[in-house]
Design a binder for this molecule. Structure first.
Ligand SMILES: NC(=O)c1ccc[n+]([C@@H]2O[C@H](COP(=O)([O-])OP(=O)(O)OC[C@H]3O[C@@H](n4cnc5c(N)ncnc54)[C@H](OP(=O)(O)O)[C@@H]3O)[C@@H](O)[C@H]2O)c1
Length: 313
């Protein structure tokens, strides 16, 4: 096994152990960001052969130092196809929006997925490995307190959601087994804006406090990826929603954090928020099916456990 970075924790050991049975097997990661980068490092530490594609030279250097084979390129083209070995057992598409507005979205999500599918189609027998795409609950438009799960209709009102839905369609044409995970808002180590704001003494938060936040801890996303890769006979061809299942209003989360930090309860200034963030729908994202079918259990079943761990770290 190679060593992890200084962010090594007890939980890191548990996550590495999840990948350990696959030591020596191959993982290909597209989109080496918050989720993809962590998966690449954990899997490499567990002894897998990991290839990762990134556009970002700094990310490339850091991953290479961790023992990951890195290809630096833009996913949406085909220039990287010849440089990325085809024989991956596990494939992860975790690219983000990539910036650049709707065109950037389309390039990274839709054209990126098309490029991955074309690369996979050229895999010699026995064919490509198990592709997981980290989609988003932005494919749902429901609000007004609705419960949303895999059976809910997908009629996204925003361009980002429409393009995400389109990229799901592309992923479903993958020549091997595929699974789509529709993720709620990801938080975790080094990604906790609300906590940072309150720590910094912010007393008025932009946006509204009364809509519920549907969250999932990054490490629970990684547990869901492993659960799907472990059970391809059940997970292949399936789409799952992924959230911790106990959404609370933003005001309640902020109040809990402020109390833990010994700060005054913050106010909210809805008019100070950008148009994009005004549309966060109030709803409850339900993830019963992945628990039932793949045995996934969030280690952080609500923001309280997740933020408590972050406060202790
Ligand atoms: N974050 C959330 O709350 C959330 C919620 C629901 C769903 N999701 C989905 O979950 C996935 C993982 O999220 P995340 O938070 O880990 O995202 P992230 O930190 O933004 O990482 C995404 C990565 O994709 C890379 N990327 C984007 N376009 C690319 C392209 N054309 N070619 C090569 N690389 C490209 C970015 O690289 P660069 O550094 O080069 O830009 C970045 O490293 C994403 O698919 C996201 O849509 C996220």
């Amino acid at each position: 096994m190679t060593s992890l970075s200084s962010s090594h924790t007890v939980d890191t050991d548990a996550l590495v152990a999840l990948f350990a049975p696959w030591a020596g097997r191959r993982l290909a990661v597209f989109g080496a960001g918050y989720v993809g980068g962590a998966v690449a490092r954990l899997a490499r530490t567990a002894g897998l052969q990991v290839q990762a594609l990134t556009r970002n030279p700094a990310t490339a250097s850091a991953l290479a130092a961790a023992g990951v084979d890195v290809v630096v390129d833009d996913l949406s083209g085909a220039g990287w196809h010849a440089r990325m070995p085809h024989a991956a057992d596990f494939v992860l598409d975790a690219v983000g929006s990539g910036g650049g507005g709707p065109e950037g979205y389309r390039r990274s999500y839709v054209e990126g997925a098309r490029s991955i599918v074309a690369w996979g189609a050229a895999t010699p027998p026995p064919g490509p490995g198990h592709l997981i795409y980290t989609s988003s609950t932005s494919v749902y438009a429901q609000g007004a307190g609705a419960r949303v799960d895999e059976s809910s209709s997908t009629e996204p009102v925003e361009e980002g959601g429409r393009l995400t839905l389109e990229s799901e369609g592309v992923v479903r044409t993958w020549a091997g087994p595929w699974t789509v995970l529709r993720l709620a808002g990801i938080y975790g180590p080094e990604r906790h804006l609300l906590l940072d704001q309150l720590r910094a003494g912010v007393t008025e938060l932009a946006g509204r406090g009364e809509h519920r936040l549907n969250l999932v801890h990054r490490d629970d996303v990684i547990r869901a990826l492993v659960a799907a890769w472990r059970a391809p006979e059940r997970a292949a061809g399936q789409t799952y929603t992924l959230a911790d299942g106990q959404p609370e209003t933003r005001a309640a989360v902020a109040a809990w954090l402020a109390t833990r930090l010994g700060r005054a309860l913050p106010g909210f200034a809805a008019e100070a928020v950008s148009t994009r963030r005004r549309h966060v729908p109030d709803r409850v994202v339900v993830s019963d099916r992945i628990q039932r079918e793949l045995g996934w259990r969030p280690r952080y079943p609500s923001f309280r456990e997740g933020y408590a761990a972050l406060l202790e770290a």
